[in-house]
Design a protein around this ligand. Sequence first.
Ligand code: AMP
Length: 503
Amino acid sequence: MTNLLYDAFFAPQSGRDRAFLILPDGTEISGDAFLRMVHRVAHALVASGVQPGDRIAVQIEKSPMALAIYGGAVAAGAIFLPLNTAYTAAEIDYFVGNATPKLLLADGRKAEALTPVAQAHGAALMVVNADGSGSFADLAATQSEDFTPVERGADDLAAFLYTSGTTGRSKGAMLTHGNLLSNAKVLTAEWRFTDADVLLHALPIFHTHGLFVATNVSLMAGGAMIFLPGLNMDEMIRLMPRATTMMGVPTFYTRLLDDARFTADLTAHMRLFVSGSAPLLAETHVQFEDRTGHRILERYGMTETNMNTSNPYEGDRRAGTVGLPLPGVEVVVTDPTTGEVLPQGEVGMIEVRGPNVFKGYWQMPEKTREELRDTGFFITGDLGQFDPDGYLSIVGRQKDLIITGGFNVYPKEVELILDEQPGVLESAVVGVPHPDFGEAVLGVIVAEPGQSPDLQAIDQVLRGSLARFKQPKALKIVAALPRNTMGKVQKNELRNQFGDLFK
Ligand code: AMP
């Protein structure tokens, strides 16, 4: 009997005595103990009426149990649907209505608010608390520790991950066993993960980065994870000596650099630092190397495709680029209007094809057709450019492209210049409505602590280095850029905040 993901990730944990999960309080859960949890959960899912192909929506805190539910869903042939713990009951109502899960697992504190949501869409609601209590956890506790996994092949669905939905309704990306396994294999090999690795894991596990990149790679390699509930600098620094690798969003790296306890000594034993989910500033890359001697390895991926490109493990890790296409993944840059592949060096739409690319959006055939070509290429919505050595750089999202007076402005080009100016920590460039130009370029700046950048001087530099249409019509200083939990700058919030500037 084959169950692709179970066989690759979970079955090998059998009999493993060494730690798979290391918790901040020092508790260690061995691979074997984790596998037994997975089996108990799989039985509890079956006992709750879950059948192969059913969805299980999960909005619970990060915990070993949350991860065991992922494993249990895989073993039972169900589709795992993790949800951001920050979503309100009204938001959950949309996901539950769209995915119609058989079971909704929630934190006890949210159970009351979610009861009508579950009822409205015919889902059973059960509770899993972070401390391991709750009705579903209790049910799982009484189950057998042996489970025969349900047969699942490469094309069977393993998970739905909803996109963050910044440009409309969130869409359920359908990910198959084949998608997740192919990416886990490639990343494990490319990044040289082995069973000696201990990954410092402070990412959420409702998103592709923490769930599929970090966890699947650790499972595939047979390594361990230091499993932190969230980003906490004291804990990161206290536990780093036990780790060999870390994966984070750029904010993790800037926060570490802000901490004087983060030194070359603290990281001397570390093997690898990986960054993704949002652009890592070239400056952060450089500062990190200056401080620690390590070059952060930046990679690029998304909910729908898992990971597409990566800087090399051995070889040149180029700051400001997301590296080279991963083995088995085709990446092309195309003309956004005609879809024709562009010559190397030109900026265009990034499209990807490979075993990592999802099956489509759940019950949204039109959206799927718009973004997934018949040829198998997925139109990412990201704009990028290849350098002569094949390294890809992300220039921005197509939706963030500014069209001012009929000219295209790629925000990144302006942001890179702003970021280099004295006193500027970081910046975001957005288009805001303008009566003459349609959109005007606006530069939003965050100052370095204690600095007040000279906006006139910056304006002079911009005039000297950019074509007139690319020059911001205004520069604004804000205390911080709005970011979501994955560290992505929410440009729509900036567009709202400054929407009336030129009206
Ligand atoms: P998500 O589906 O939430 O993982 O978001 C995926 C998007 O994050 C991509 O389409 C990119 O716009 C962005 N992204 C991911 N990794 C990187 C990276 N290394 N550099 C720049 N943008 C990135």
